[in-house]
Design a protein around this ligand. Structure first.
Ligand code: HEM
Length: 429
C-alpha cells in the first residue's frame, strides 16, 4: 500500500532524519520500510546528529515585567491552557483599582515562583500547598483581559472603552450558552502541569474572593502527542489536522506590531497602547460525525492534507498555499484555509495571531463526546482581524461539524513595564 498523496522518493535518494520526520513519513504504511531507508543513508547524512529528537528546554519562570503582557506570545508555548471568566463585584472604582493592584502582585509572585508566606498555624495557610514550599519553574504565565461589561455604568469607565470592544454578538452558526459566554474579566493561565494551573487559579481567586466571582472556566492543552520530537510541526486539533501551521510568527516584531499590538496613534483611548483585542470562541466539534466523513472530504473542507499538513496538492506542511485555481480544482473555493486567508493583497490586513487549545469535557446526555477547540485570537483591530476572517468563513462546509457555544470578546490589557505600575493602571488615570 502506498502512502497517501506522497510520491515515492527517487531511486537511490536518501532522506535525512529531519526530512523524514518533517514530511510525516512516520505515519501509516511506510513505517516498516522507513528505518531501513534511514540506516542505509546514515553514512552520508550530515543532518543526523542534530536532528535527533530535541529534548525540551527546562521549564522556566516567564518574565512578568514588560510593556506587553508576556504570556500572550511567550518564548515557549506551554502544554496546558485555561481560561477563567469572572464577574467583577467590586463595590466601587477604588476597590476595582485595588483588585487590579492585588491581581498584579499575585500574578507577579506566581510567575516568578515567590514562595508562599508562612504564618502562625492557628490561621489557614496562605496557599493551597499544591506546589509545596518552593514552587518550581513550569512556564507559568497569566494574561488578564477585560470584557465590554466592565465599562458599563458601575465604575465610570465608559470613556476608556477600547473603541471596538463590544459584547460578542451571535455569529452565524452560534448556539451561545449564557453560562459559558462573556464576562467582566478573563484570566488566561498557561503552564506545563495541571497542578501549576490549579495553584495559580486558586491563589488568584482567594486574593480577591469578594470581588471576583467565577462565571465560566475551560481547560485544555496545546501540544500534540510527539511534540517533543524534532520536525513535529504544528500540533493537531481534535479533528486530526495540524493547527497553527500558518499562524503569525510571534518572533517577527514588525508583523506582530502591524497585526497584534495597539500602536500609538491608533483610533483608541491612549491607555490601550500595547494591549490587544482578544476573541475567544469555545467551539464544540461533532467528532463522531467527522470520523465518519471520507478523508478526501475532510481534506477538501480544511484545504490541507490531513497527515502531512501540506496545502492541497503540495508536499510539505510549511509550503505556502497558492490559490491559482480560480474554479477550485485543487483547493475548493470554500475550503477553510482559502476563506480564512485567501492571500490577496486586501486580506493581508486581516492576519490574526491564534493561541487556542483543544479541550475535552466528557460527554453529553446523548452519549456524544463533548470536545472541541477553545479558539483564541489576538489582533490589533477586531473588525479587520477576527470579524473579517469570521465573516469570510460564514457558511463554510466546516460549520456542519462544529458549534460555537461560548467565549466572548475581550481586551488584553497592556503589560506592566516596571514595579511602580499595575495591570490596568491606565484605566484609573
Ligand atoms: C473548530 C473550529 C476550527 C477548526 C477545526 C480550524 C482548523 C484549522 C486548520 C486545520 C487550519 C490549517 C492549519 C493552520 O494554518 O493553522 C486552520 C487555519 C486557519 N484558521 Fe481555523 N479552525 C477553526 C476555527 C477558526 C476560526 C473561528 C477562525 C477565525 C475566525 C479561524 C481562522 C483560521 C486562520 C486565519 C487560519 C490560517 C489560514 C492560513 O493563513 O492559511 N479558524 N484552521
Amino acid at each position: 500500500m502506498k502512502e497517501r498523496n506522497r510520491p515515492d522518493p527517487p531511486e537511490g535518494s536518501c532522506l535525512s532524519r529531519r526530512d523524514f520526520l518533517k514530511t510525516g513519513a512516520v505515519g501509516g504504511a511506510t513505517l516498516i520500510g522507513a528505518p531501513a531507508l534511514l540506516t542505509a543513508c546514515a553514512a552520508g547524512d550530515q543532518d543526523t546528529a542534530s536532528a535527533d529528537p530535541v529534548p525540551d528546554a527546562a521549564p522556566s519562570f516567564v518574565e512578568f515585567y514588560g510593556s506587553r503582557q508576556t504570556g500572550i506570545a511567550p518564548p515557549v508555548v506551554p502544554t496546558l491552557g485555561m481560561m477563567a471568566s469572572f464577574k467583577v463585584l467590586s463595590p466601587d472604582r477604588d476597590s476595582l483599582r485595588d483588585t487590579f493592584i492585588e491581581l498584579t502582585d499575585e500574578i507577579q509572585g506566581l510567575m516568578s515562583g515567590r514562595p508562599p508566606l508562612i504564618r502562625d498555624d492557628a490561621f489557614p495557610p496562605t496557599d493551597s500547598g499544591i506546589l509545596g514550599a518552593t514552587p518550581t519553574a513550569d512556564n507559568l504565565s497569566v494574561v488578564v483581559s477585560v470584557g465590554a461589561s466592565l465599562f458599563d455604568e458601575r465604575y465610570g469607565l465608559s470613556a476608556k472603552t477600547p473603541t471596538e470592544l463590544v459584547r460578542m454578538p451571535f455569529l452565524a452558526n452560534d448556539r451561545l450558552d449564557p453560562a459559558r459566554t462573556h464576562g467582566d474579566l478573563l484570566l488566561n493561565i498557561d503552564a506545563d502541569h495541571p497542578d501549576t494551573l490549579q495553584f495559580a487559579l486558586r491563589q488568584l481567586m482567594r486574593r480577591r474572593r469578594r470581588d471576583l466571582v467565577l462565571h465560566w472556566l475551560i481547560e485544555g492543552y496545546t501540544r500534540g502527542a510527539g511534540a517533543r520530537q524534532a520536525g513535529a510541526g504544528a500540533p493537531r486539533n481534535l479533528l486530526g489536522f495540524k493547527d497553527g501551521t500558518a499562524n503569525l510568527d510571534a518572533t517577527d516584531v514588525s508583523l506582530m506590531d502591524r497585526h497584534v499590538w495597539i500602536q500609538p496613534g491608533d483610533d483608541q483611548p491612549e491607555w490601550t497602547v500595547d494591549g490587544t483585542y482578544q476573541a475567544v470562541r469555545v467551539i464544540r466539534m461533532f467528532v463522531e460525525f467527522w470520523d465518519r466523513t471520507p478523508l478526501a472530504e475532510q481534506e477538501a473542507i480544511i484545504g490541507r492534507h490531513k497527515e502531512s499538513g501540506a496545502p492541497l496538492g503540495m508536499e510539505n506542511e510549511t509550503d505556502t498555499p497558492v490559490f491559482d485555481d480560480p474554479t477550485g480544482d485543487r483547493t475548493p473555493l470554500d475550503a477553510h484555509i482559502r476563506l480564512a486567508n485567501p492571500r490577496t493583497p486586501e486580506s493581508e490586513d486581516n492576519l490574526i495571531f491564534r493561541r487556542g487549545f483543544s479541550y475535552t469535557r466528557g460527554f453529553d446526555a446523548a452519549g456524544r463526546l463533548d470536545m472541541g477547540l477553545a479558539f483564541v485570537s489576538y489582533q490589533r483591530s477586531m473588525s479587520k482581524g477576527f470579524l473579517a476572517v469570521q465573516d469570510r468563513l460564514t457558511g463554510e462546509p466546516l460549520e456542519e461539524y462544529i458549534m460555537p457555544e461560548g467565549g466572548g470578546f475581550f481586551f488584553a490589557l497592556p503589560g506592566v513595564p516596571d514595579e511602580g505600575r499595575f495591570l490596568g493602571d491606565g484605566l484609573f488615570t
